[in-house]
Write a protein that binds this ligand. Sequence first.
Ligand SMILES: NC(=O)c1ccc[n+]([C@@H]2O[C@H](COP(=O)([O-])OP(=O)(O)OC[C@H]3O[C@@H](n4cnc5c(N)ncnc54)[C@H](O)[C@@H]3O)[C@@H](O)[C@H]2O)c1
Length: 253
Amino acid sequence: MTKVAMVTGAGQGIGEAIAKRLAKAGFAVSVADLNCDQAQRVAKEIRDAGGQSLAIEVNVAFRDQMFSAVEQTAEHFGSFDVLVNNAGLGPVTPIKDVTPEMFDSVMHVNVAGDMWGLQAALEQFEKKPRQGKEVIGKIINATSQAGVRGNKNELLYSSSKFAVRGLTQVAARDLAKQGITVNAYAPGIVDTPMMRKIAEDQGLKMSDYESLIALNKLSEPDDVAKVVEFLASDKSDYITGQTILCDGGMQFE
Ligand SMILES: NC(=O)c1ccc[n+]([C@@H]2O[C@H](COP(=O)([O-])OP(=O)(O)OC[C@H]3O[C@@H](n4cnc5c(N)ncnc54)[C@H](O)[C@@H]3O)[C@@H](O)[C@H]2O)c1
């Protein structure tokens, strides 16, 4: 039976690459994004390449919208197997600049969005029959190398991505008995609209980051998508609660 995945923030950047790679791997994919036009574009490109897709407009910060997006996906494709909580905000925030409004918006998208996704996916997974101790559902969260070591000028972003690792570990322990794995991926410096804006806000060129990376080159979105494809596949069935760094060698654990 065709496996079904929903990828949030799939309208551009890393999420787009993940949605396209999962579709190529045979998943029916729901392309969920705040930006409906971009979600439609990506979903169409997947269908044009012979895959199955559905575009969904969602703001992950709102619990009811996440439940509705996951439900729509399950109803449309007849199953629900993998949720990739990829959507995120990445502001540059020197300590003195952080405001309550910024705190709320970043934490609601980067942390609460993952929690609502987790709850919504669990609702679907609990409807699935299970043979023995097989894995029946996977949740994959976007953290960052900045969620493994605190990054300069990223008080809010780094804090939110550390929280994602925390919720990944707790959910992995809580859901293991139900055959649900929960893991995270931690990219480094990926050439996406988000990272180009971060570079601009720090007065840097993208190439300035190369010296921070052991492999001495920037990441393409597909470098990350390959790791997520592994985490979504049965090849990773015996892995849970982990954060997989895919940063070309910025942080070493
Ligand atoms: N680009 C990097 O170098 C990098 C590094 C480490 C981690 N990450 C993480 O990877 C993920 C994707 O990053 P990216 O660089 O592709 O970002 P991006 O800003 O280029 O794309 C993010 C997408 O998410 C969507 N989005 C934003 N807020 C949303 C919301 N509330 N609800 C639904 N969709 C929303 C946007 O419309 C956009 O399509 C993020 O969680 C980010 O923190 C990125």
